[in-house]
Design a protein around this ligand. Sequence first.
Ligand code: SF4
Length: 349
Amino acid sequence: MTKVTKQIKCGDLYVGGNNKITVQSMLNTKLSDIDNSIKQLELLELNGCDIIRASIDSEDDAKAINIVKNHTKMPLVADIQFDYKMALHAVKNGADAIRINPCYIGSEDNVAKVINVCKDNNIPIRVGVNSGSVKKEYLEKYNGVNKLSLVESALEQVRIVEKYNYENIVISIKASDVRLTYDANIELSKRTDYPIHLGITESGSEEDGIIKSSMGLGSLLLMGIGDTIRVSLTEDPVREVIMGRKILQYLGLRPYGIEVVSCPTCGRTKVDLINIVKDVKKAISPIKKDIKVAIMGCAVNGPGEAREADIGIASGNGEALLFKKGEIITKVKESEIIKVLLEEINKLN
Ligand code: SF4
């Protein structure tokens, strides 16, 4: 059952409550490198990114917030490491949210300054912890990094913000270990109503990162836990966004255009199905319709196996059957598969 969290507002976007789950990424440019930051930001937005985070390590980075924000509708989250002054500069320059670890900011006076400036501007604060930043006190109390030390560490940060009567909070607990992230977020969700940002940290590149994130985020999202997600990859951030979208789409949480289902091929397949699928996916990629297209290897099992698809083809020997919702409509030559499929997809509402 979906956990309904508190709703917060980040820029023009609502996070938590019953709102759609958002996809985030982080710029890997220095924000003060304005041209490249804008280029990356626009590309991320085009690919479906909802919220963008940027590290703010200098006054120049903070000043750039104002400029780059004119090029995007995405709320911009300023990621602050240790220097509280960067948080103040970021808010002054229009940051839509701040990500801090209050325990790293130093004196309580400095923490108070950051919280108060966020409060004055009504912008959310994301707090949280990853497996590498659990406080020593909790490591000792709970015997190392585990779900309890992670959750306690994160909730301590929440209490610090709440002490200043501010509840505009998002929490994240991340680990590179999938099971630990899963266990800790279940525990966190039991103990708080604040929106939760999900991610597997340092998950790696390519299939490693994608599989870890899909398992970790997917299992939690299926339990109704998670209001916003980031797939962290050692890759171009655009890939993070595409993978995040796919996770939400394949869990049925947010539609993102055409979903292609295709059979794994077997001894009955008589066409080069692997390349047909590649070509069809390329041909349909510009089409923005929330439908399911099936590409199956045989006419006997294909349509039945892909009954839930809106439209599809089942290949035979040099030809293919076109089917809708599992019912065969017509027969097409192998060379015309893509053309006919595109025509039929265009006819669908
Ligand atoms: S749909 Fe047909 S070709 Fe594809 S795996 Fe199933 S039986 Fe084999």
